[in-house]
Each structure stands twice: as structure tokens, then as C-alpha cells.
Design a binder for this molecule. Structure first.
Ligand SMILES: Cc1cc2nc3c(=O)[nH]c(=O)nc-3n(C[C@H](O)[C@H](O)[C@H](O)COP(=O)(O)OP(=O)(O)OC[C@H]3O[C@@H](n4cnc5c(N)ncnc54)[C@H](O)[C@@H]3O)c2cc1C
Length: 469
């Protein structure tokens, strides 16, 4: 080998894509995958890029869906995961679903056949040795315990989570501000606040009691055996809190104290649901303390009974599951490099993205960044207007860290969604402003066409018009 290889640890969605991108750019790669020497609780085969659960890459609509847009950008960037997915597609309406074995076989065959990739079937038990001067850790949500332990030791105990208790996130522009209002409890300004940092949704007594009943009766997802993680009191699911007594939530996350409804100042709310800004753009708000095991459809049904959230569009629904991921906004630089150890990058779900496609996309970026370093080229970050850039920014910095809950981790894994993109004005039609669904569709089209154009420039590809000539 003429150049020192880049070492990629983990041959899942992210690691396979990273290895491919690096090798396609002419740099040798050693890909370390522990299966079949050591398994995980979810993987069943020794194939690379095994899909551990659903066989869907979700929507393939690049014009109106954020993950569909990410598909399109990855195709432009020569993604192995997308080409293997396209070649193994099964019918699934507007979604891209794949034959999981055919897909994994295709990825494995391509990687095995690449002259610049060496696969080593072995567990990497700790952080890469110093001589691996360019390395990528892409060991996923089920990272083997001894490596997870080493990462925790190197980054600090608070920096690595072993499961995520996630609260739903709502698109700000779908919250009814004629019912809700901005106010921090007791108008506290805090270190970085304004006194109006929360969105408050008021409930009267009947609404509160009906809500608690709905939580208790709502269908919950069952934990799989391997997910048998104990609850920590700091992040109990709301329905578990509700089981402890009908008033428990009113003394916990739904307490109405220190708040005055600007729309109805003389009436004190019986309970309040609070939402806190989740991204720097202010387009997403998370429901404070609303981590839950309710089934997704039940969350939508029940949470839309909250006054002001009747038409809420959820960027992410709540959940609680086993997931190893690092506190990326604190630990990583904008090119996914561990700040405390240059040359070591993280990729995939362990960085705090969520989903097969997002994991592969972050693998693609980490692979390109490592390649640029190995070749002595300048690093070029994707523009924040692209799906690549929007997702990368969420992971490495766009997320707001909560000041009012010291010690609490607030960075939570997330799928790509339109709330992560810089906003656009909805185009007018015949000089008139669009409203409702038409406005949403027009905005999405404006975001996706801007993203694809910017992605082409970033990748050095001809514009669509030039390509068509
Ligand atoms: C049970 C479960 C179900 C999921 N279901 C879905 C779903 O339906 N849809 C969806 O979009 N996302 C799902 N996800 C989330 C996520 O998108 C996938 O886990 C995805 O595979 C993450 O890609 P990755 O490359 O980061 O990790 P993985 O695909 O898990 O790849 C990591 C690889 O690293 C290897 N490895 C781990 N530790 C070591 C080590 N020390 N040395 C060498 N190799 C190591 C593993 O064997 C594995 O092959 C699920 C996650 C889990 C855990």
C-alpha cells in the first residue's frame, strides 16, 4: 500500500459507507468488523450493513421529504449504501424498502471486491492504537462493551449515553400561538435566556384529568429483552409518572407554577405542558419531560389533545431504547473529529443521528473528511442548506444545551427533518401568499431545490441545467 490506511471500526451502515468513500478516493482502508467473532443483541448475520429491524429507508421523495432529500444527496455523492439499496428495492409505495439480505450481500460483495479495502474480522477492544493516525469509530448503537468503556473513559462519564429517553419534538410553525404563549417559569432569564424561553400549553382541570387517563390507557411499546434497561428517575416515561398518582405530573413536568397565560391572565391553568427550543434555528421545540414508551400513533393522537398542539407536526416522536451514543456537540469538531484526539472521527448512530440512512450519510461525510486529511487536502464542509449539512450541524453544534437543568444531557438522537434546515420564505403565487398545506408544500420544495443545487456545488458536480445540456 502506498499510503497509510484509514482504519474504520464497525462494518455497519456507516462504516461500510465510510470505507467505500475513502477507497473510491484512492486511499487504502482497513475495515474492522467484529461479527461473526463476536455478535450483538440485534444482528443475526455476519454480513456488512445488516439492517437489524425494518427493511425501509423511508420516503424516497426528494422534493417534499427530508430523508428523501438525503437519499438524493447521497446518490449524488456516489453512496454505496444507496446504490445497493436501489439495486435491491422491493415495492413499498413512496418509500425505498429493500430486500435486506440482497442489500447486505451487495454491500459485502462490493467491499470485499474493492482492491483498496481489507476486511479484518475482529473486535477492536479499545480506542485505536496511536499508529492508526486516521481512524473512524462507527460501531453503532450496540457498540461492544469494552470499546464503549474505553470511549467513556476517554470522553468523561457524562459524555456517553447507553440508552436514550427521548421526548417528542414539534415543528414550531405547527404550534397554535393563539392558545400557547412564550414564558419561562417566574420569568427567569437564566444565564442565556430571555425570560420567554418556553412555549406553554395551558390545561384546565377536565383537560388534565382526561389527558392523564389517556396516558394510562394508551398503548405502550414493549421492551425487547435486550433493551431491559432500568429507568433512571431523572427521565421516567410520562406514563410511568402518571401511574404513580393522578396529580404526579402536575407536580412534575406539567406544574403550572410561575406562569401566567397572556391570552387569559385572570385564569390560572391547572396544568401546563412546556416546550423548549431544541435547535439554534428555533424551528423545533421539544416537549419537556415527555419521554414516553407510548406507541407512535398513540403519541400523535394523545398529544394532539393538548391545547395548542391540535395540529402539531412531530419532527420526532418519543421513545426509550438501548442506544450507545456520545455527546457530539461537546466532543466533536465540525468534521466529526474528537477534539481531544485529532485524527480520530466518529460516524453513524454513535454520533447521535438516528436511522439507517442518516447513519450511512454521516459515515459518508466522515469518510470524505478522513480522506481529505490523508491526502493533505483542505476540508470542505457541506453547506448548512443541504441535508448533509443540516444533519451534520445538528450533531456537531446546532443543538441547544439546556442551561436550566444543570447536569442533564439534552442532546438526543434525531432523524433528518426539515426543522434542521435554515428556513426559507414560501414563494408567492401570482403575488399572493400561500396558506396552510400549500404553503408547507411550497416551503419544502424551496428547501429541497436549494439543497440539491448547493449539494451539487459542494460536490463539484455540474448544475442540473449544465448536466442536461
Ligand atoms: C434494535 C435496533 C433496531 C433498529 N431499527 C431501526 C429501523 O428499523 N430503522 C432505522 O432506520 N434505524 C433503526 N435502528 C437505528 C440505526 O439506524 C441502526 O442501528 C443502524 O444500523 C446504525 O448504523 P451504524 O452503522 O451506526 O451501526 P450498525 O449498523 O449497528 O453497525 C455497527 C457495526 O459495528 C460492529 N461493532 C460494534 N462494536 C465493535 C467493535 N468493538 N469492534 C468491531 N466491530 C464492532 C457491529 O457488529 C456492527 O456491524 C435500530 C437500532 C437498533 C439497535
Amino acid at each position: 500500500m502506498s499510503k497509510n490506511p484509514v482504519h474504520v471500526i464497525g462494518g455497519g451502515l456507516a462504516g461500510s459507507e465510510a470505507a467505500w468513500q475513502i477507497a473510491e478516493a484512492g486511499v487504502p482502508v482497513v475495515l474492522h468488523e467484529m461479527r461473526p467473532v463476536r455478535g450483538t443483541d440485534a444482528h443475526k448475520t455476519d454480513g456488512l450493513a445488516e439492517l437489524v429491524c425494518s427493511n425501509s429507508f423511508r420516503s424516497d421523495d426528494a422534493a417534499a421529504n427530508a430523508v428523501g432529500l438525503l437519499h438524493a444527496e447521497m446518490r449524488l455523492a456516489g453512496s454505496l449504501i444507496m446504490s445497493a439499496g436501489d439495486a435491491n428495492q422491493v415495492p413499498a409505495g413512496g418509500a425505498l424498502a429493500v430486500d435486506r439480505d440482497g442489500f447486505s450481500d451487495a454491500v459485502t460483495a462490493k467491499i470485499e471486491a474493492h482492491p483498496l479495502i481489507t476486511i479484518q474480522r475482529e473486535e477492536v477492544p479499545g480506542l485505536p492504537p496511536a499508529e492508526w493516525d486516521q481512524a473512524i469509530i462507527a460501531t453503532g448503537p450496540l457498540t461492544a462493551p469494552s470499546l464503549a468503556q474505553s470511549i467513556a473513559e476517554a470522553t468523561g462519564a457524562d459524555a456517553l449515553a447507553f440508552f436514550d429517553a427521548i421526548a417528542p419534538i414539534v415543528h414550531f410553525d405547527t404550534i397554535d400561538m393563539n392558545i400557547c404563549w412564550f414564558q419561562s417559569r417566574y420569568d427567569k432569564v437564566g444565564p442565556g435566556g430571555t425570560g420567554k424561553d418556553y412555549i406553554n400549553c395551558p390545561m384546565d382541570k377536565d383537560q388534565y384529568f382526561a389527558f392523564v387517563t389517556a396516558l394510562l390507557e394508551g398503548q405502550k411499546t414493549e421492551f425487547k429483552e435486550w433493551e431491559g434497561t432500568p429507568y433512571f428517575d431523572g427521565c421516567l416515561p410520562i406514563e410511568v409518572m402518571a401511574e404513580r398518582g393522578v396529580e404526579t405530573l402536575r407536580y412534575g413536568p406539567m406544574k403550572p407554577m410561575g406562569l401566567t397565560n397572556v391570552h387569559n391572565p385572570s385564569v390560572k391553568a391547572y396544568a401546563v405542558v412546556q416546550l423548549r427550543q431544541d435547535n439554534a434555528l428555533g424551528t423545533l421545540y421539544n416537549m419537556v419531560g415527555f419521554q414516553t414508551k407510548l406507541k407512535h400513533a398513540e403519541q400523535v393522537r394523545i398529544f394532539r389533545t393538548i391545547p395548542g398542539l391540535e395540529n402539531a407536526d412531530f419532527a420526532r416522536l418519543g421513545g426509550l431504547h438501548r442506544n450507545t451514543y456520545i455527546n457530539s456537540p461537546t466532543l466533536l469538531d465540525p468534521s466529526l473529529q474528537l477534539k481531544s484526539r485529532p485524527g480520530l472521527r466518529f460516524a453513524g448512530q454513535i454520533t447521535g443521528c438516528e436511522g439507517y440512512v442518516e447513519s450511512a450519510a454521516i459515515g459518508l461525510l466522515a469518510g470524505r473528511f478522513a480522506t481529505a486529511e490523508r491526502l493533505g487536502q483542505a476540508l470542505s464542509l457541506p453547506p448548512s442548506t443541504t441535508a448533509f449539512g443540516a444533519l451534520l450541524n445538528h450533531i456537531t453544534g446546532g443543538h441547544i444545551v439546556s442551561d436550566d437543568e444543570p447536569g442533564k444531557r439534552s442532546f438526543q438522537p434525531m432523524n433528518v427533518n426539515f426543522g434542521l434546515f435554515p428556513p426559507v420564505e414560501a414563494p408567492k403565487v401570482e403575488g399572493k401568499r400561500l396558506r396552510g398545506k400549500d404553503k408547507t408544500v411550497a416551503k419544502r420544495h424551496a428547501i429541497t431545490s436549494r439543497a440539491l443545487a448547493d449539494c451539487r456545488v459542494w460536490l463539484g458536480l455540474p448544475t442540473r441545467a449544465e448536466a442536461a445540456e
